[in-house]
Design a protein around this ligand. Structure first.
Ligand SMILES: Cc1ncc(COP(=O)(O)O)c(C=O)c1O
Length: 442
């Protein structure tokens, strides 16, 4: 009994069965086959939960999921079934989403600097809405896609965010008039404004300021004769309750700013491009210790001098910075391992150094954890591992991304069916999930 959500098995969990039970089961199945490969488990019910929370907290804002954050097809399919739109940054992302049966109107091609062949592809598939932040891009689009609907991306002050983006993308406010005048001379339609406060925003006030800035640009556009009707407030929303700011705090800045600067609920469509908000929490990564070294204090590569411990434990995992941890290179402190094997609380803790599996010395995961002595074959779990992990992992040294097992609780599955009925998404008819073949686990 196998299936199905875009070719992946989806397990529906009966009441009382948890994701931890599935992880347990997968580990046991693998151990039986003497297979210690790393894997992920995704709780797709979390997507449903996140979406309901979004609708409650930001009722005026329609989410267009940023595919780059996690391009797993089952994730995209569930989100499509709940009526989300999609932020695509390339030809392949556009193809993935359109091939699932999502209409082109539910895509924003949100990359301000696009390759010509990718714009041509967007034209061929009917994708109209796209962002820009410079004159050359306008000229390029005018020649290839004269009927495109252009959205001007503005820069914001995002240096406090985990991954600031405005150094790379976004026009300054002082450039906007000139850019829109140029669009006018090219006869290119400008329909709105977008911004991104940086991924992993830590200061929700940036959204309010950016919305105020967007209003200024809207008014310039209207003054130039454009019918401005799209505001895109980008991504940056926190993916877990443990983030520095909560989703509620972000919403509490956004809603009043929208009501103040964009009070007319009928004339302006407001969208966002959340990535990590949706996919961080559903994914748990499960990795194995494949090798270890015990480094005595006297050895030159021991880091135990200050701590006074007699040895450092050095472990090598079968996933690392070139795989699922690629995005954590500068944020290793965000990684928190959970030991699968139970250890007693009074067990001695050691300085621990963790490496990934490749031969590159930069493939170093952490020196920060004090852990009990572990053995080759022990498993470690990393929760909240869905954002910018598998989608940017590499095959360096021949190591491949950990495969994912998908599960959803019976309750979340029913909620999903109800959401689908309510919105009657066109995707539902084309790409439905075969419930006959779902695996039910107790
Ligand atoms: C244009 C654009 N939109 C949306 C996102 C998603 O951001 P986040 O995952 O912080 O929500 C990104 C991330 O880099 C982006 O570049």
């Amino acid at each position: 009994m196998e299936n199905i959500i875009n070719g992946s098995e989806l397990v529906i969990l009966e009441k009382g069965v948890t994701i931890m039970d599935i992880i347990d089961q997968k580990i046991k199945e693998q151990m039986f086959r003497e297979n210690t490969d790393a894997f992920s488990v995704a709780d797709l019910g979390d997507l449903v939960h996140q979406h309901l929370q979004w609708q409650r907290a930001l009722p005026r804002v329609k989410p267009f999921y940023a595919v780059k954050c996690n391009n797993s097809k089952p994730v995209a399919q569930i989100l499509a079934q709940m009526g989300l739109g999609f932020d695509c940054a390339s030809k392949n992302e556009i193809a993935t989403i359109l091939d699932m049966g999502v209409p082109a109107e539910r895509i924003i091609y949100a990359n301000p600097c696009k390759e010509v062949s990718h714009i041509k592809y967007a034209v061929s598939r009917g994708v109209q809405t796209m962002t820009f932040d410079n004159k050359d891009e306008l000229l390029k689009v005018a020649m290839i896609h004269p009927t495109a609907k252009m959205v001007l991306r503005i820069a914001v002050n995002d240096f406090t965010s985990l991954l600031p983006l405005s150094e790379k993308f976004g026009a300054s406010l002082s450039e906007c008039r000139q850019l829109m005048e140029y669009a006018k001379t090219l006869d290119l339609d400008t329909i709105g404004v977008s911004f991104h406060v940086g991924s992993g925003c830590t200061d929700p006030k940036i959204y309010a300021q950016a919305i105020a800035d967007a209003r200024v640009v809207f008014d310039i556009g209207i003054h130039l004769g454009f019918q401005m009707y799209l505001l895109d407030i980008g991504g940056g929303f926190p993916g877990t309750a443990e983030d520095k700011v909560t989703f509620e705090e972000v919403a509490a800045e956004i809603n009043p700013a929208l009501d103040m600067y964009f009070p007319d609920k009928t004339e302006v469509q407001i969208i966002a491009e959340p990535g990590r908000y949706y996919v961080t929490s559903p994914f748990t990564l499960v990795v194995n210790i494949i090798a270890r070294k015990l480094v005595e204090k006297s050895q030159p590569n021991s880091n135990d001098e200050e701590a006074g411990n007699e040895k450092t434990m050095v472990y090598y995992l079968n996933d690392g910075l070139y795989g699922s941890f690629c995005n954590f290179a500068n944020y290793r402190d965000l990684l928190k391992p959970i030991l699968y094997k139970k250890h007693s609380l009074d067990q001695k803790l050691y300085n621990t150094r963790i490496w990934g599996p490749t031969c590159d010395a930069r493939d170093h995961i952490s020196d920060a954890w004090m852990l009990p002595e572990l053995e080759i074959g022990d498993w470690l779990l990393f929760k909240n591992n869905g954002a910018y992990t598998s989608s940017i992992s590499t095959t360096f040294n021949g190591f491949h991304a950990a495969p994912t097992h998908y599960a959803i609780s019976e309750e979340a599955w029913e909620t999903l069916q109800n959401i689908k009925k309510e919105i009657q998404s066109p995707v539902e008819e084309q790409d439905d999930v075969d419930t006959q073949h779902l695996v039910i686990r107790q």
